[in-house]
Design a protein around this ligand. Structure first.
Ligand code: AMP
Length: 114
């Protein structure tokens, strides 16, 4: 079921998370298994399973998520740069079936990614 995932439970405040930011569109919280000194997940309240499910109606939401990433990067002092990642489905490495954006910072990142 689309809403039966851990991020939906965090959005619904059924399980705790270290919330970094929230508004009517999205909730951002610190990743439980951080891959960098700063690792925040920006999660829409709307139940969208994955990036490939986005449609035209989500245009404002996607823009908003990016602007929240910019705001958090400023708030968390990622002045030298950061990385924004969205993993999509199995081959993209997605493990939680609710759309989310990773904001990673506080160390150097390399290319290509693994
Ligand atoms: P992805 O692999 O792109 O689906 O990312 C899922 C992310 O969610 C991983 O980085 C996990 O460490 C993170 N995660 C899983 N459960 C929790 C949780 N309860 N609180 C915070 N982050 C979580």
């Amino acid at each position: 079921m689309l809403k039966d995932n851990i991020f939906q439970k965090i959005i619904d405040k059924q399980i705790p998370a270290k919330i970094a930011y929230e508004d009517e569109w999205c909730v951002a919280f610190h990743d439980i298994n951080a891959q960098a000194p700063v690792h925040v997940l920006i999660v829409p309240r709307k139940a969208i399973a994955t990036h490939a499910d986005l449609t035209d109606v989500d245009r404002d939401l996607v823009g908003h998520m990016h602007l929240i990433a910019v705001k958090l990067a400023k708030d968390l002092h990622l002045d030298d740069g950061y990385r924004v990642v969205v993993n999509c489905l199995d081959r993209g490495g997605q493990t939680v079936p609710h759309l989310h954006m990773h904001l990673l910072g506080g160390r150097d990142f390399h290319w290509p990614p693994g």
